[in-house]
Design a protein around this ligand. Structure first.
Ligand code: URA
Length: 208
């Protein structure tokens, strides 16, 4: 199992702002964008580099540059969209795929309602994003769908994870590295993460 907790003070401070009940929709959205940039910085820490010959104003040097690794961010709709823009602020040239799933209320099986992915997913490092890793069921289904589309290198970024969600995702996809700002205590009877931050989609888009 590979779980990285990104516990930088700036990340933790911003996460606490997101958790607070009184944080307005506008503030929540702004801080989600900021924290996701910081998460992306950490997730991309080991991107391959190459030495390129450049001219400084004074001399020639071999300078480290990104080795052209192709990236694709894949937000899981709809809350994943709320932590996409901060990542794109950092890597504007990344491709973006989208995946939308809902849980059938009777069978409880995740059903796909929207998928749009780049054709060359197999050549890309895929960063899946969803602010909350709760039960892990839709995350696992989304990862399975991304693998079916050819992805082989997948990382999963969230802001908050429940121990149950981490266990479910790593059971089904032990090859997927998980990055989270915190692991909370538990899921409640309605599958909300406790203490959590509430419904991330509603808080991002002001729908409640
Ligand atoms: N999704 C959310 O938005 N919040 C939770 O606590 C769990 C899942």
């Amino acid at each position: 199992m590979s779980v990285t907790i990104v516990n930088h003070p700036l990340v933790l401070h911003k996460l606490s702002i997101l958790r607070k009940r009184g944080t307005s929709t506008a503030k929540f959205r702004e801080v989600a964008r900021e924290i996701s940039l910081l998460m992306a910085y950490e997730v991309l820490r080991e991107l391959p580099m190459e030495l390129v010959s450049i001219e400084t104003p004074l001399e020639t040097m071999e300078a480290p540059m990104l080795a052209g690794k192709k990236l694709c961010f894949v937000p899981i709709l709809r809350a994943g969209n709320g932590i996409l823009d901060g990542m794109l602020d950092l890597v504007p040239s990344a491709r973006v795929g989208h995946i939308g799933l809902y849980r059938d209320p009777e069978t409880l099986i995740p059903v796909e309602y929207y998928v749009k992915l780049p054709d060359d997913l197999a050549e890309r490092l895929v960063i899946m994003v969803d602010p909350m890793l709760a039960t892990g069921h839709s995350a696992s289904a989304a990862v399975a769908r991304i693998k079916q589309a050819g992805a082989t290198q997948i990382r999963f970024v969230c802001l908050l994870a429940a121990p149950e969600g981490i266990a479910a995702l790593t059971d089904e996809h032990p090859d997927v590295q998980i990055f989270t700002a915190a692991i909370d205590r538990e899921l409640d009877a309605h599958s909300y993460i406790r203490p959590g931050l509430g419904d991330a989609g509603d808080r991002l888009f002001g729908t409640k």
